[in-house]
Design a protein around this ligand. Sequence first.
Ligand code: IVH
Length: 676
Amino acid sequence: MSQPSSVESRIQELRQVIDDHNHRYYVLDEPAVPDAEYDRLMRELQSLEAEHPELVTPDSPTQRVGASGDNTFDEVVHRLPMLSLDNAFSEDELRDFDRRVRDRLSTGGDVEYVCEPKLDGLAVSLHYEKGVLTQAATRGDGYSGEDITANIRTIESVPLRLRGKTLPDVVEIRGEVYMPRGGFEELNRKLANQGEKTFVNPRNAAAGSLRQKSPRVTARRPLEMCAYSVAVPDEGILPDTHYACLQMVHQWGFRINPEMSLATGPEECLKAYESLLDKRDTLPYEIDGIVFKVNILEFQQKLGFVSRAPRWAIAQKFPAQEELTELQDVEWQVGRTGAVTPVARLKPVFVGGVTVSNATLHNMDEIRRLDVRIGDTVFVRRAGDVIPQVVKVVTDKRPKNARKVELPEHCPVCGSDVIQIEGEAAARCSGGLYCPAQRKEAIRHYASRKALDIEGLGEKWIDMLVEKEMVRTVADLYQLRKADLVRLERMGDKSADNLLKAIDGSRQPELWRFLYALGIREVGEATAKGLAMHFGTLEKIAEASEEALEEVPDVGPIVAGHIHSFFRQPHNQETIAALRERGVRWQSVEVAEPAALPLKGETWVLTGTLSEMTRDEAKEKLESLGAKVAGSVSKKTSCVVAGEAAGSKLAKAESLDVKVMDEAQFMAFLSEQGLG
Ligand code: IVH
């Protein structure tokens, strides 16, 4: 063989390094380099391959998408049928299974099992020849499936080439392709935003993504693959146990499930079931049960198969996370900001381990998207600690008298008009603080821990105080008297004293807490702090123009608009005046003289990674010097601080001739300002 040219050896080296990074990132979950470094290596390989197309090979990491064109979906006949698993529906059925195994093996002793999570995705079969992925197929009917090679290649946790020196000539790996929860939720959010159909669950999303004609679409879907079995023509080369086989497959570059464990005898298997069930909701992917497999391969062979399932394995299912039930009604709830949200009232159904009788329907857009009507049979899903959702309607079962869901014209709580603002998903009650629902929420927010932290003023008391009209606005809290309180049901002498003490103790809040407590739309804790630091007093904030408000970090035109209009509402002015009158004294903040701030009026941009401090720390320092810190570079940018691996923002700054500092210059600048 001739010596590889220097280009060729660089290409080989890059492929090796990139494969290693991929493996660490997607299989071991231990990235070794920042994304920017990975991108640089990939770009170098791409450009070398573009200059030397004759050196491109199908197992190059650049060839995951596109190189082999579209999916053919041709039929693939499985060399070994892809079987399914029998299920055990009770502890006794599992014990029976173990007894059958022991009888057939004629062993008196306990049998060892591998306990594997049963991933909720799709089974796939992958063929490797001389270590290179040559064909991927779906399970199909178990005897033949579809050729999905081009799509499988886009899944980064599937190695295009096996790792390691001693590899069998041909090998088949089987495993599950699945979509992690986080990726599923994000995908559905995106699809819903685009007004497209969403997927009912991660399994359907994985199936839909694998069945795409274009691998480009699949490549954008967050799929993963986890191996659970291996087959080679010469079984002599395999280790003695299933467990060791999976470790070997992991060495070859596949993900195997980290929750896998070994158990001896059925009682240990049942313990493994319980402990996996306990963990179920915390795993980043969905599982629908546990699979027990006889560990010793020789035993597996002795046991063989019956019809379509092995005698050496069994699945024990977990409680379902999706069930069918009837949508009996839709009610409307009103939140603090007046958002009027639909809540589905369901015929109670046991799903995801609890009885569910309510589910969120989000907003009218969602109701239209689902085309859900009262009386419909619906799929309810409760997975993890996510609130129950209506995910699909069974239109075939729609009764004749099913009723369309209409947005109410009037607020169900106060009767004010409900308005739907253009471009906003939520409909709103226009009653503002006249609406008891909004009043309750406003008081709850005012008393919450991050706001004025009035301990003991819980939802129950707020409901009663508002309903009995003892409290209309937060200012009325400071006029409550013990004699009134003790008349409330279940309010004892002591609770009344404690509550009054807590209310009294909230009379001198820091300015930012008070601002936050007012519940101005989109003014969270950070914005409240920014406003307090910038203006120093409530009066100045209340008088500020929208432009002046926008000078505060993180305050854009929308938030400035909310703040400005809040202070111009007569009922808000009255409430603030009443609070003052009743002895609430929010604290002013010392504000540095604007002229003393050296970066006043400047806009800075941070990009790349800083080694001496986090980006948030750098941002805070710049803001304390009066600069605004923006996320993108424009002609108006005063200076760009470029850390390690700065990318497009640095390039843009250079092209616009904007001043740039590297980290050393930035540190020197900060120390000149006394912030080093
Ligand atoms: S073993 C002959 N192991 O469950 C053994 N299957 O009902 C065949 N599955 O089609 C499968 N996790 O899609 C096995 N750890 C696991 C699994 C698993 C999920 C799925 C697989 C299969 C179905 C069988």
